[in-house]
Design a protein around this ligand. Structure first.
Ligand SMILES: C[S@@+](CC[C@H](N)C(=O)[O-])C[C@H]1O[C@@H](n2cnc3c(N)ncnc32)[C@H](O)[C@@H]1O
Length: 244
C-alpha cells in the first residue's frame, strides 16, 4: 500500500491551509502562460494542480501518482466537474517514456526520494518525457531548513521534526494541520548539491532555485509581520531546469 493511500482524504483537506496561498501564487507566477501546452504532472495527488493547468487552457494534462486512493479522489473530481484531465496510477521511479511534453511538473514529489539513486531515477523519468528546450518545474519542501526554525512554522499550520545531525536520506516528519484536522507524511533530506547533481546528470540545465513569493493581496490581507517568518524560513522552493 502506498504511503498516501491511508492519508489521501486528510491530505486533500490540507490544501485549505494558509500555506497553500503563497505556494500557489509562486508556482502559478513561475509557470506563466500554459494555454495550448501539454503537461505531465508527476506525483499529482488528488489533482490539485492538474485541474488548475487544464482550467488555464493546457490542451493535454496527464497526472501520475503512486497512490491508488489519490488517483481515485482525482478521478472522482474529474467525474463531478469534467475538465478532460487524464490520470494514471504509476511509480515515477519506474515510469520510462510515456510521451513528450511541453512542460513536466512535480509538486512535492522529489522530496520523497530517499536516496541519491532514487532522486536520479525520478529526474531521468522527468527528462525522457520532456521536449528538448522545455522546462521542468518542481515544488519541493525546503529540505535545507534548519530544525531550530521549525517552531516558527507552527503559526502557518506546519510541524516538523528531523534527527540531527542530518545526513543524506535523513527522514523529516511533517504534519500539516488546521482547525479541522491534520495529516502527517515523511520527506527525506537530500542536499541541494545532490539535487543539482541529479538534474545535471539527466541533462536538466539552467537550474534555478526560486524563492517563495507572497501575493500583494495576501500581504495586504494578513500584513507583512504575519508572513515574515515564512519569507525568512520558507517551507518550500521551486526548482527549475531546462532540458538540453
Ligand atoms: C505531498 S503529496 C503532493 C500531491 C500533489 N502533487 C499536491 O501538490 O497536492 C506527494 C504525492 O507524491 C506521490 N508519490 C510519492 N512517491 C511517488 C512515486 N514514486 N511515484 C509516483 N507518485 C509518488 C504520493 O502518492 C503523493 O500523492
Amino acid at each position: 500500500m502506498a504511503e498516501y493511500d491511508s492519508i489521501a482524504q486528510s491530505y486533500q483537506a490540507t490544501r485549505q491551509v494558509i500555506l497553500s496561498r503563497p505556494e500557489v501564487y509562486t508556482f502559478e507566477t513561475l509557470i506563466g502562460e500554459i494555454a495550448g501546452q501539454s503537461i505531465l504532472e508527476l506525483g499529482c495527488g488528488e489533482g490539485f494542480y492538474t485541474r488548475k493547468f487544464k482550467q488555464k487552457g493546457a490542451t493535454k494534462v496527464l497526472g501520475i501518482d503512486l497512490s491508488e486512493k489519490m488517483i481515485e479522489l482525482a478521478k472522482q473530481q474529474e467525474m463531478r466537474e469534467p475538465l478532460g484531465v487524464e490520470y494514471c496510477v504509476g511509480d515515477v521511479l519506474k515510469l520510462d517514456q510515456i510521451g513528450e511534453f511541453d512542460l513536466v511538473t512535480a509538486t512535492f514529489l522529489l522530496n520523497h526520494a530517499q536516496t541519491q539513486a532514487q532522486l536520479l531515477k525520478m529526474c531521468q523519468n522527468v527528462a525522457v518525457n520532456l521536449k528538448s528546450g522545455k522546462r521542468f518545474l518542481a515544488i519541493n519542501h525546503n529540505l535545507e531548513l534548519s530544525p531550530e526554525c521549525y517552531p516558527r512554522l507552527e503559526k502557518y499550520g506546519r510541524r516538523q521534526t528531523m534527527k540531527v545531525p542530518r545526513q543524506e536520506g535523513t527522514p523529516i516528519v511533517v504534519t500539516i494541520f488546521n482547525a479541522t484536522g491534520e495529516t502527517t507524511f515523511i520527506d527525506f533530506y537530500l542536499s541541494q548539491a545532490t539535487y543539482e547533481w541529479a538534474f545535471q546528470q539527466v541533462g536538466l540545465t539552467n537550474i534555478i532555485w526560486h524563492p517563495l513569493r507572497v501575493s500583494p493581496d495576501n500581504l495586504q490581507q494578513f500584513g507583512q509581520a504575519f508572513w515574515q517568518d515564512l519569507i525568512d524560513y520558507p517551507t518550500f522552493v521551486v526548482i527549475e531546469g531546462v532540458k538540453k
